[in-house]
Design a protein around this ligand. Structure first.
Ligand SMILES: [Zn+2]
Length: 261
């Protein structure tokens, strides 16, 4: 599941391929994506220049020179594939953005859950988003304010995009392990010092220096993660055993020995 670092990397790759260029066509290929980008909206972007590319949470926004915005969300498996209009389409290409210089940016997604929509000038289909997980303005005071009203446990709260934009199942679990916080702790109960530790942990797990190569798994074969997908394995900090529980319908991995409420 692409989260902030993966979407950020995708937005940069998209910028290198498409920024400042003019759209020849945007085609939705899969029926699920056709429902989100109608033929009329596809036609509306023809000839428009991509002036700015922005990541907001897990959304990628392609700002066009007429004030319209293409909004892309990768959901579980989406990614960009950069090629040329002479190439055949990937069998999992769900949409294709062809540029007038012959570049083709395909939205590839095995499961076809990704979306691409067009917001007309002045309109926004984005949901309410909290501060960016990577934003320095995300501090303990902000967390105290947004978590103070929540009745849920801290792990699902961290994944709520209206609280923090960009964290998903993986980095929420990793940040809680770094902060030595129990994912079941009630959000509103966390003292200032714990929130400060959590903010530092979020920065650490998102930092490119800390993250090893590979999108979901380390290319060298060992796990990139301290707890995520490590059920039954040994905790690197305390030699406890990583457990898996289900919270809000999603797996949570944590070490019950060193992660405390
Ligand atoms: Zn532990």
């Amino acid at each position: 599941m692409p989260e902030l670092p993966e979407v950020e990397r995708a937005a940069r790759a998209l910028s290198r391929a498409a920024l400042g260029k003019t759209i020849a066509s945007v085609k939705a290929i899969h029926p699920a994506l056709k429902r989100k980008l109608s033929p009329a909206r596809s036609r509306a972007v023809k000839g428009k220049r991509i002036d700015r590319i922005e990541r907001r949470g897990k959304h990628q926004l392609l700002h066009l020179d007429n004030g319209d915005t293409l909004v892309v969300h990768f959901r579980m498996n989406g990614d960009w594939e950069i090629g040329t209009t002479d190439d055949g389409l990937d069998r999992f290409a769900r949409a294709a953005i062809d540029l007038t210089d012959g570049t083709r940016v395909s939205l590839v997604d095995r499961r076809a859950l990704s979306s691409i929509t067009l917001d007309r000038k002045g309109a926004s289909s984005l949901p309410k988003l909290g501060r960016e997980a990577s934003d320095l303005a995300l501090d303990a005071d902000y967390l105290a304010q947004v978590l103070g009203r929540r009745k849920v446990a801290i792990k699902p709260a961290l994944m709520d995009q209206s609280v923090i934009a960009g964290l998903g199942n993986i980095y929420a679990a990793e940040a809680l392990w770094e902060a030595e916080l129990d994912p079941r702790a009630p959000s509103a109960s966390l003292a200032k010092e714990k929130l400060e530790k959590l903010v530092a942990a979020i920065r650490l797990v998102l930092s490119p220096k800390k993250r090893r190569p590979g999108r979901y798994t380390d290319t060298r074969g060992t796990s990139r993660f301290a707890v995520y997908d490590r059920e039954g394995k040994i905790c690197r900090r305390c030699n406890g055993t990583i457990e898996r529980i289900v919270q809000a319908g999603r797996s949570t991995y944590f070490c019950p020995d060193c992660q405390r409420p």
